[in-house]
Design a protein around this ligand. Sequence first.
Ligand SMILES: Cc1ncc(COP(=O)(O)O)c(C=O)c1O
Length: 317
Amino acid sequence: MTGHEDKSPTAMMSEGTSPDTTPGSKTRDVWIDGSFVEQSEARISVFDHGLLYGDGCFEGIRIYNGRIFKLRTHLQRLFSSAESIRLEPSYDIETIERVTREAVTRNGLKDGYIRIVITRGVGSLGLHPFKCERSSLIIIADVISLYPESMYTDGMSVIIAKRPRLPVACLDPRIKSLNYLNNILAKIEAIDAGVLEAIMLNTEGIVAECTGDNIFIIKDGVISTPDTEAGMLHGITRQYVMDTVAPALGYTIEERSHQIEDVKGADEVFLSGTAAEIIGVSSIDGDQIGSGVVGPITSALAAEFTRRVCEEPAPED
Ligand SMILES: Cc1ncc(COP(=O)(O)O)c(C=O)c1O
């Protein structure tokens, strides 16, 4: 980092601390359709429908201390996304699991992030998905730095996006598809407002999720989260917080419907996601949340999460 630090949101997003932990600082071996190649050699056709139409699906997964957090759940979600868009993976789940583990060890990663991508494959310029002969599979293992460290201690400012989350009937947000434009356009609203994340409402105005995270609300000691009916990605971190992290501290989490006022009037708000982990929200649309710092319940949950994935062997189920 130079003396002149660019603190624009765009620059903050890729902040790293040292060359080894700076995303993109080290050349990785990437697995693509059957073999590992150096990342500069990993190529995909311009006729791949993943590129032409965002036709495909993906997963993002964390590596903690050499363990791949919730690997099996991520692979199940990947296969379920693929099935929902009638995309047949060219490799079975066991092969993908084996190669994913190999990508981690081969790249010497103890802590990091894995991206698994399945594209529809090479086809013609028409939309027809079934004219693509064979789906492609890409596995990248690298490091990730999503939000600056200071946001975890001071809390993160977010906005409420004007753009609603895609309705379930149009493209079910449960599908982790390669088509993230709905989220990207809401993220651009956030960046334009000088922040890095946006809360998205569904078309009925009910709180759904964020552009790349799920959301939790704490009021009078009760923790709740939007129920999945609102239309969201069924976050694996969200589920882990509900099933394991919160109960370990004696909390149960309610799933229910939330209006904007519920979120803005909360004592604490936090977000969860593979890349973000657990991060407290300090303001929404410039309005302070609670005391404007990361609240005590959020801090306790974040500490418990970190303890379980970093100090204990992270669960791979
Ligand atoms: C739209 C969206 N919602 C929520 C999440 C959080 O899900 P997970 O905890 O499985 O990473 C993500 C990240 O994958 C996401 O992209």
